[in-house]
Design a protein around this ligand. Structure first.
Ligand code: ADP
Ligand code: MG
Ligand code: MG
Length: 251
């Protein structure tokens, strides 16, 4: 079943009008893991931000259908409630709010949107315990303030926990490998792989093929100059290793 269908998506920077996405096509089915790779400045982050409705960009053409509905006419918050999740390159710290309170507020906000009763603290803790073990996280995270004093790797894992709690259908993970050492990367990958047993789809965006050693995508897309110029299986990433991105130029 198709989860996300992007057709000929064009988008520009709101302020300057400069076109960045020049006609992106991408189809993601339920339960699939896709990776978008591409050199710096090729439009990967712009693409992910356009999908979640970031106000810096204006869509000038094309369509995006998510779960059978027109994603582009929804507000960013509605996109999130519809089941789209994006990890932020620099997660916010929320002083004075514990992780468990933040997760419970987020989860109950989602339940209200779905006209479901809120979970009590005890019910929520039961739900959360399953999620913690799915993503392999220590319960000691819960009583710390959101992202305050977290290491880079802990912040990323905390986002994967947020993703698990929100039970998003599609998670866009933009450079979750950036700034992580190999041990932290393995922990984050373990958390993501723990989620993948649960029929979510993932779009991971990365500059480096190292991430793909730990989270295996079914499809790899190469983006260059605002276009997906090549799609294939993981062997594309191996070609990149040998030839670099110049082997996949949009020209
Ligand atoms: P990537 O994530 O592949 O490195 P980006 O999507 O971040 O690429 O950027 C693509 C191009 O668009 C770059 O030239 C970048 O400078 C430009 N760009 C993206 N967002 C903005 C913005 N908000 N304001 C100005 N330029 C931007
Ligand atoms: Mg970049
Ligand atoms: Mg980027």
């Amino acid at each position: 079943k198709i989860l996300l269908e992007v057709r000929d998506l064009k988008a520009s920077i709101a302020e300057s009008g400069e076109e960045i996405l020049r006609g992106v096509n991408l189809t993601i089915r339920e339960g699939q893991v896709h990776a978008i790779m591409g050199k710096n400045g090729s439009g990967k982050s712009t693409f992910s931000k356009v999908l979640v409705g970031h106000p810096d960009y204006v869509v000038t053409g094309g369509t995006v259908i998510f779960k059978g509905e027109n994603l582009l006419e929804k507000e960013p918050e509605e996109r999130s409630h519809a089941g789209l999740f994006m990890s932020f390159q620099t997660p916010v710290e929320i002083p004075g709010v514990s992780n468990i309170d933040f997760l419970q507020m987020s989860y109950n906000a989602k339940r209200r949107k779905l006209d479901l009763p809120e979970l009590s603290p005890i019910e929520f803790f039961g739900f959360l315990s399953q999620k913690l073990s799915a993503v392999n996280m220590n319960p000691s995270f819960l009583n710390r303030n959101v992202n305050e004093g977290f290491s880079g790797g802990e912040k990323k894992r905390n986002e994967i926990l947020q993703l698990a709690v929100l039970e998003a259908d599609l998670a866009i993970l933009d450079e979750i490998d950036s700034g992580l050492d190999i041990d932290a990367l393995q922990d984050v990958a373990k958390a993501v792989n723990g989620l993948l047993t649960q029929k979510n789809s993932i779009l991971m965006i990365t500059h480096y093929q190292r991430l793909l050693d730990y989270i295996k995508p079914k499809y790899v897309h190469i983006m260059d100059d605002g276009l997906i110029v090549k799609t294939g299986d993981i062997s594309i990433a191996e070609l990149l290793e040998e030839g670099g991105y110049k082997a996949f130029s949009a020209e």
